[in-house]
Design a protein around this ligand. Structure first.
Ligand SMILES: *[C@@H]1O[C@H](CO)[C@@H](O)[C@H](O)[C@H]1NC(C)=O
Length: 341
């Protein structure tokens, strides 16, 4: 068992404990007894090791190439957090809305839209045994129905801390501008997102287009990428409400510097990373639904490059600054098509 890892995790949980304390929650002391519980004695009656224990077992022995990649990503995230976050904001339970909980397997998954989150939710539902255990058979509308999967925000601070200490926490991220390009094309330029276009598109047209056509005002169906970016950079946008989750920065959804994530999965290596997580869960027979083929991945890169080529360097720079933390924390390099200087 990786002792220092455990100590770090207890510390991270203690920090959250202190943060939640400010909300008037009951204090939670790290008693020897809670420590034992955190160490997982009694996990499913000793029959099975939890995913977190499996990961720490791996970390003790000679690391496989894949386990080594994940160790390095974890370390990089940790270093980037200490380097780039000055004052840590205290986390409240409602900040943990995106962290989904699987109590039966001891998993915490922070979902980031446009990063295979539908398929991850499918897998969590399949793990729960509902819907017959085949993730591919679960329709998307079932997956996103509210309350299907419990969120960490639904629990009391004590219950949150208990799960943070002993569950395997993971998230999946994606190159920020490819994610943004995917969100734009999925929500604004494809014909079947009428609800999104009505809600956000009409707002964007009303605010940013000098002489809008009445149909555009009513339907919000023809928002250009430049207009979408101008909306993101407009200070009024975030004054009243946070960004919609499809374009909110991954770090703002998942708080990777406030919570300790054991695994940082990447969309670019989705198949390998998903298989690694599932190998720790120990669910034989459960396969992650086929991720997009390489050709499709290349297409989203081209799509981002194409969309950004019409954007002025001034806007490119401001947009890069907006998403900068996601680039830094998850080790994405500045896209070659950007003109930042
Ligand atoms: C970070 O990115 C660089 C450049 O792509 C790569 O060489 C390096 O291995 C990455 N580091 C981690 C920890 O992923």
């Amino acid at each position: 068992m990786g002792r220092h890892c455990w100590r770090r995790r207890l510390l991270a949980a203690a920090c959250l404990g202190a943060a939640l304390l400010l909300l008037g929650a009951a204090p939670r002391a790290l008693s020897p007894e809670s420590k034992n519980r955190a160490l997982g004695s009694g996990w499913l009656g000793e029959k099975k090791r939890s995913p977190l224990q499996m990961l720490y077992d791996l970390d003790e022995g000679p690391l496989s190439a894949l386990a080594e990649v994940h160790r390095q990503r974890r370390d990089l995230l940790h270093r980037a957090c200490s380097r780039h976050t000055r004052r840590r904001r205290l986390l409240r339970p409602e900040d943990l809305r995106h962290v989904l909980v699987d109590d039966a397997h001891g998993l915490l998954y922070c979902y980031v839209p446009k990063v295979a989150c539908t398929n991850w939710k499918r897998v969590l539902l399949a793990l729960s045994g509902r819907f017959g255990g085949d993730p591919r058979a679960i329709p998307a509308h079932e997956v996103h129905a509210p309350g299907r999967l419990p969120s960490l925000a639904d629990f009391s601070p004590t219950e949150i801390n208990r799960r943070l200490r002993s569950y395997l926490a993971f998230l999946f991220v994606r190159e920020p501008f490819q994610r943004l390009a995917s969100a734009y094309s999925n929500k604004f330029s494809q014909p079947y997102s009428a609800a999104f276009q009505r809600r956000y598109g009409t707002r964007i047209v009303r605010r940013l287009r000098p002489r809008p056509h009445p149909e555009s005002l009513a339907r919000g169906h023809d928002v250009r990428f430049t207009e979408f970016l101008a909306y993101l950079l407009d200070p009024r946008t975030r004054r009243n409400e946070p960004f919609n989750e499809h374009w909110e920065r991954a770090h703002a959804l998942c708080h990777p510097c406030g919570l300790r994530y054991d695994i940082v999965g990447k969309f670019e290596t989705l198949a390998e990373d998903a298989a690694f997580v599932l190998s720790l869960v120990g669910a034989p027979g459960l396969r992650f639904p086929s991720p997009p083929a390489r050709a499709k991945a290349a297409a989203t890169h081209d799509q981002a490059a194409r969309l950004f080529q019409d954007i002025s360097p001034f806007y490119q720079r401001r947009l890069f600054n907006l998403y900068r933390m996601d680039f830094l924390l998850f080790n994405y390099s500045v896209p070659s098509y950007l003109r930042l200087h």
